[in-house]
Ligand binder design. Structure first.
Ligand SMILES: [Zn+2]
Ligand SMILES: [Zn+2]
Length: 69
């Protein structure tokens, strides 16, 4: 059994994700997104697609990236 780093739920189907050398355990993709997905600086939604990288920021779409300048 592993415990989800986001909600604390114990689930034997939990999985691990590594980001910046830290490993997290999650019981669902919803929790993984909640904890790990970048937030678009323009519209503040979670970026769960490819996103648009501009400098060190990640925007959800070209529209938001275009508003940044
Ligand atoms: Zn969870
Ligand atoms: Zn956005």
């Amino acid at each position: 059994m592993a415990e989800c780093d986001c909600c604390g739920n114990e689930y034997d189907g939990a999985f691990e994700l590594t980001q910046d050398g830290k490993t997290y355990t999650f019981d669902s993709f919803q929790c993984a997104i909640q904890q790990m997905a970048p937030v678009c600086p323009s519209c503040h939604c979670k970026v769960i697609g490819h996103g648009v990288d501009l400098g060190d920021r990640t925007y959800c779409c070209n529209h938001c990236a275009g508003q940044a300048s």
